[in-house]
Design a protein around this ligand. Structure first.
Ligand code: KG4
Ligand code: ZN
Length: 359
């Protein structure tokens, strides 16, 4: 079975073709195309939804064309009238995300499904990040997921802990009460005059810094639930910034204080990772999870991966920890196609009749 996946929930426009071996269940990625309007958002220091949506309109057809051409050798612009690509279904992200961006992918997928007479599979973006772990690519070996499993989705918009008893029995057991982990990286980065998105830059600068230089708060670390909160950390850095009289918007100051910047970045990263790792491992222990699946843009952080395996070892946790290859951590359509194999196709009448369930 071969699926065309479409993802347009934020500032990436993506399409991918994925095939499943009906005997082994192995999910092999045949193509993955991603266009990003990130450089535009870097100029404004964050995403402006209206601009992101307009960019989706620009990229959606070129991206689908590329994915079909590379994945199944079907040329959309040159195909004879009425030709249908050799795919069995179309999967599309229905939410959560920016509504204007989502609508571009959803409407395109609906149109193609109608035109080609293919089933349509609406996929939850968060489950996409989780199922990115089950893809087989050049850099990612086939894997088997053992239940119960705990998943941590950490991105610019989400910090969620999910319990999976089976592919059908999935519950969110915790989430952020305010800012997401990626959002904390990005907002603190803005304070330090770092370009958007700041997560990857903070992690690079942190390599040369001292993670103990500043004693930053670890919000909700001791709480008896599986929730997170990161806005207090942002406020703590803001207050420290004021108290110490730092001014990274001043070129001269920034130039003369590179070590200080690295130390702040290392301390911020350590605080975020500490909370993510400790809370997640607490959930792993509590539910006696056999697998831990991590996904989302922040999962691309190497220090996070390293800390997870170190702390698991320290705590004698032998749970298998999955983290996707870097390009599958950030938004892509391969993960949406992957998740679609575990999601029932839904008639669009059902989606339009119950929009509150899907948007
Ligand atoms: O999953 P994603 O591409 O988009 C959302 O669904 O939000 O995640 C983007 C987020 C941004 O906040 C970005 O700063 C963060 O992931 N990020 C990182 C790293 N790479 C991306 N955060 C920390 N370390 C990284 N290496
Ligand atoms: Zn995402």
């Amino acid at each position: 079975m071969t699926v065309l996946g479409i993802e347009t929930s934020c500032d990436e426009t993506a399409a991918a073709v994925l095939s499943r071996d009906d005997k082994t269940g192995q999910l092999t990625l045949l193509s993955s195309a991603v266009a990003s309007s990130l450089t535009l958002h870097a100029q404004t220091g964050g995403i402006i939804p209206e601009i992101a949506a307009r960019e989706q309109v620009k990229y959606i057809l070129p991206v689908i064309t590329k994915a079909l051409e590379e994945g199944v050798g079907f040329s959309l612009p040159n195909a004879p009238k009425g030709a249908i690509p050799p795919i069995d279904a179309i999967a599309v992200t229905y939410g959560p995300g920016l509504i204007g961006s989502l609508l571009v992918g959803v409407e395109t997928a609906k149109t193609l499904a109608l035109l080609w007479n293919k089933p349509l599979i609406p996929v939850n973006h968060l489950y996409g990040h989780v199922y990115a772990n089950l893809l087989t690519t050049k850099n990612q070996q086939p894997t088997t997921l053992k239940f119960p499993a705990v998943a941590l989705v950490v991105s610019g918009g989400h910090t969620d802990l999910i319990l999976m008893q089976s592919h059908e029995d999935i519950t969110v057991i915790g989430g952020t009460r305010d800012d997401a982990a990626g959002e904390a990286f990005d907002k603190i980065g803005r304070l330090l005059n770092l370009p958007y998105p700041a997560g990857p830059i903070i992690s690079r600068l942190a390599e040369k810094g001292n993670p103990k230089a500043f004693d930053l708060p670890r919000p909700m670390l001791g709480s008896h639930d599986f929730d997170f909160s990161f806005s207090g950390l942002k406020t703590a850095v803001l207050n420290l910034n004021k108290k110490q009289g730092w001014n990274f918007t001043d070129e001269q100051f920034a130039k003369e204080n590179q070590q200080l910047l690295s130390d702040i970045c290392a301390s911020v990263q350590a605080a975020i990772i500490d909370v993510l790792v400790r809370k997640t491992l607490k959930a792993v222990k509590h539910y006696q999870a056999n697998s831990l699946l991590i996904g989302g843009g922040v999962a691309a952080n190497e220090k996070l991966a390293k800390t997870f395996s170190e702390k698991a070892q320290e705590q004698d946790i032998s749970t298998h920890i999955f983290i996707p290859e870097r390009s599958l951590c950030t938004d892509n359509a391969a993960m949406i196609a992957a998740a679609s194999f575990f999601t029932d196709p839904v008639a669009w009448e059902e989606v339009t009749a119950n929009p509150e369930l899907y948007f």
